[in-house]
Design a protein around this ligand. Structure first.
Ligand SMILES: [Zn+2]
Length: 251
């Protein structure tokens, strides 16, 4: 059930930060940036799988993509590392919400839900994925009791919805369906760091999964801090500006 349990990546640093409050904790850039790049990559994988498997989505697709991201973090990482990734993503959502706090149009007209709502739903689902061990995190993420009560049920529904597709793709011996187009760029430290993170991550995905079509992943300069899934090319683009912005959030 947790094929990546033994997997520890180079980004595993400073686990002691886990139990600080997300709004006040001093994050470490070596942990924060890779954690969030993975978080947003899994979100883009959600868009890719919705496209490839022609999944019916009865709501905001952006929410469905966030849900897959939580499920992947829950499934692929051992407990402390998964907590670290969720905690770093929470801090990023708080930072994003602060950037937009005076702009109702940006908050409510966007295809994504409001950042703080994304944070609460992520945290609730994560807690629901291992309720007895994680329910104490409700204080950290300020999840009210009436939401907390339903988190396990929310997780179970999300899991049974998404994991039917993931189970179908989980095959003995894995595959080569996640195709990395990124190149090592020794003269560009951000690209190089991103190359190393995704080179490792995509190899891990290919060890366990073979998807119905190839999904290409590339690292590009995009002129905006973002990540995209391009359905026509079945390609996920992770923008270097996203890594830069995440790094700047801690300054
Ligand atoms: Zn999205």
């Amino acid at each position: 059930m947790t094929p990546y349990t033994a997997m520890l990546r180079p980004l595993v640093i400073f686990l002691s930060l886990l139990f600080a409050t997300p709004s006040t904790q001093a994050q470490n850039v070596d942990e924060f940036v890779p954690s969030n790049l993975l978080w947003f990559f899994y979100h883009e994988m959600g868009h890719a799988l919705i496209d490839i498997y022609e999944m019916p989505i009865f709501g905001q697709e952006e929410d469905a993509a966030d849900v897959l991201s939580v499920l992947m973090v829950n499934e692929f990482f051992e407990e402390e590392l998964s907590r670290q990734i969720i905690n770093n993503a929470a801090y990023a959502f708080i930072s994003f919400s602060e950037m937009n706090e005076d702009d109702d149009n940006a908050i409510y007209a966007d295809v994504h839900g409001p950042d703080l709502q994304r944070l609460y739903t992520m945290a609730c689902l994560f807690i629901g994925g291992n309720f007895e061990e994680r329910k104490e995190l409700a204080d950290l993420y300020e999840i009210p009791d009436d939401r907390l009560e339903g988190c396990e049920e929310e997780f179970n529904l999300a899991y049974s919805s998404w994991w039917s597709v993931m189970d179908e793709a989980a095959v003995e011996g894995g595959g080569e369906t996640v195709v990395f187009l990124g190149k090592s760029s020794k003269d560009d430290p951000i690209k190089q760091a991103m190359f190393e993170i995704f080179d490792e991550e995509l190899k891990e995905l290919n060890k366990y999964y073979a998807f119905e079509h190839d999904i290409k992943v590339d690292i590009e300069d995009c002129d905006e801090p973002n990540a995209f899934y391009l359905p026509d090319e079945r390609t996920i683009i992770m923008c270097t500006e996203m890594a830069t912005l995440l790094g700047e959030m801690l300054e």
